[in-house]
Ligand binder design. Sequence first.
Ligand code: GLN
Length: 305
Amino acid sequence: MKKVLQEAYTYAKQWMGQGKVADYIPELAKADPNHLSICITDLGGYTHCIGDSKIHFTIQSIAKIIILATALKSVGFEEVFSRVGMEPTGDSFNSIVRLETMHSYKPFNPMINAGAISVTSCIPGKSPGERFEKILYNARLLLGNQELTYDEHVFYSESKTGGRNRALAYMMNDGKVLLGNVEEHLEVYFKACSLRVTCEEISYFGAILANNGISPRTGKMIIEPFQVKVIRSLMTTCGMYDASGEFAICVGIPSKSGVGGGIMGAVPNRMGIGVYSPALDAKGNSYCGIKAMEFLSHALELSIF
Ligand code: GLN
């Protein structure tokens, strides 16, 4: 494992300098584009790492999985999928175009921004704080860190500048898909995206999904197997946004990326993978991260197809 991680690291490092750190959330622009780490958590619960594996970064869209898991636990499959679809879009993660042109304001899937905001609105609670606590509770279990919290600077930075997400949310509110207080839903969503994680932690998250919802460290079930099936299916078809098709062919691992530079992969019944490198390609996925996943997929024969 050590050898293959070293090889994947050396391979991915060749693309260092390609891509760009996200700056549409101003605070994210501070990330160091030269950081790279790769971690694998096996189903014995052991995590193998290389590179900057203890650097903290914000989870961003990988939180969409935690939001979905929390909503499925809270209100169940039927209710969640009455507010969001299950189909890939082929559009960018923050695209607004289909909300209007499909003559329904129901977003296509939970892995794009509109869909995740709609799923967030399903999580019940008396206040945005109480609703975020439910997400945080699950995040702490899924990332194996009871101290996990969110990055206030990134949260405020996105809240101040999130015009695109506001536009998506108000459009869905106008279409009666997103009910209730729009700003409160956005607060919960932005906080979830700002969770501070490490590459090691996201590989453990991947291992829980790989292990059908059971923690490989504690043996406890964290997500029910049916919900894991739903989540892994959506990761495969929509997890890398409008690069999901190419990623399926070149890598073939159910995965979810975030504009913070992380990618979490779950290889069913084999392992969880975390990669981190903040420079992104044109579709918002970690440039070197994808290269590392490509290498691991070939070297260890991880494609599910
Ligand atoms: N918080 C980010 C946003 O809503 C998450 C996007 C992402 O990681 N692709 O724009």
